[in-house]
Design a protein around this ligand. Sequence first.
Ligand SMILES: Nc1ncnc2c1ncn2[C@@H]1O[C@H](COP(=O)(O)OP(=O)(O)OP(=O)(O)O)[C@@H](O)[C@H]1O
Ligand SMILES: [Mg+2]
Length: 365
Amino acid sequence: METIGVHVDGVSKRYAHRVKGEIYAARDVRLDVRPGEFLTLLGPSGCGKTTTLRMIAGYEKPDAGRIRFGGQDVTDLPANQRNIGFVFQNYALFPHLSVFENVAYGLRVRGQSDDVIANSVGDVLTLVGLAGYEQQFSGQLSGGEQQRVALARAIVIRPRVLLFDEPLSNLDAKLRVQMRQEIRDLQRRLAITTVYVTHDQEEAMAVSDRIAVMHQGSVVQEGTAEDLYHRPTSQFVAQFVGRMNLIAGRVAAIAGRTADIAVLGALISAPLPRRDLAPGDPVQIIVRPEAIEVVRGGDEKTHSDLLPATIVSRTFLGEKIEYSVRCAQEMLQIVRYNEGPGALIPEGATVLLRFAADAVTVLTD
Ligand SMILES: Nc1ncnc2c1ncn2[C@@H]1O[C@H](COP(=O)(O)OP(=O)(O)OP(=O)(O)O)[C@@H](O)[C@H]1O
Ligand SMILES: [Mg+2]
């Protein structure tokens, strides 16, 4: 079967709200999911992820905008004619049906023969690691096994588009990590165009080809995990994707596409975000905790890009160490890999910090 893209073209959905009158659950959402791509909608609770996903599925009708699967406009097509697989947060298995019948359901509805059903169900149960569980009931399965049945049920109909709404949130942390890898591997093997919803940024980074970050009903930035992490265009995205230090500064000088930013009593060079910035303009800089290098021996000759700082506290986490550091009245969070017991820096130590130039993002909003 051909692999198709999913196109969400300016889709909006309003709901009645008792106090606010009306709210936009989704507002002018635009997404282009490429054929075979794994795209994740990531955002905080209430930002419109489920609403958007349900409109792609056909469970909700948009107030404005169109949805296309490949070249076909499906906006007015009911869900059961869109040929989608949907995996729900709570699995939504039929408790009175066996694992076999749960998975077979979509094929029976489509009038497939018993032979075809037996073969297809057997194949997908093997694919999700549940061969031998055919006659069990959902009440006899662990959470992870139930999620595998839900996955098998979604893919057995060979959907054109696979949709997931927080599929792992009922599982414990270890199983979540294992299942997300399984979902990712399966999606790659089957090459089904996939839209996945989560509020967990690490999960989004682990499974996605691309991530669309949503905020208050709109997509505010989309890109690969690396794009979002290293080149956030707003404080919201920087804060939501990973941890960060946000520091107020001022443009000191501009040379080509690089600016010298005065922050923390020093000058730091960073890529210029906008051409219209001028010396004196206030900006914010973002530095990730792992992008701050700690140089021991605080009485070396100070360099303009080295910032004197004091270690206020440290948390030993085995493979890494988190330091809280005071630098020119600001508290900064720093993460360093553990390079051995001799490299641990004691609390109270005076150090010098260096910000990796390509790791500093300048924001103007
Ligand atoms: N049927 C409905 N009637 C009224 N308001 C709704 C309805 N469904 C969703 N909303 C509102 O629309 C907004 C978006 O909801 P949605 O379920 O899409 O968020 P979400 O991003 O999936 O959040 P979560 O991470 O908590 O699942 C919320 O403010 C919610 O209260
Ligand atoms: Mg939701």
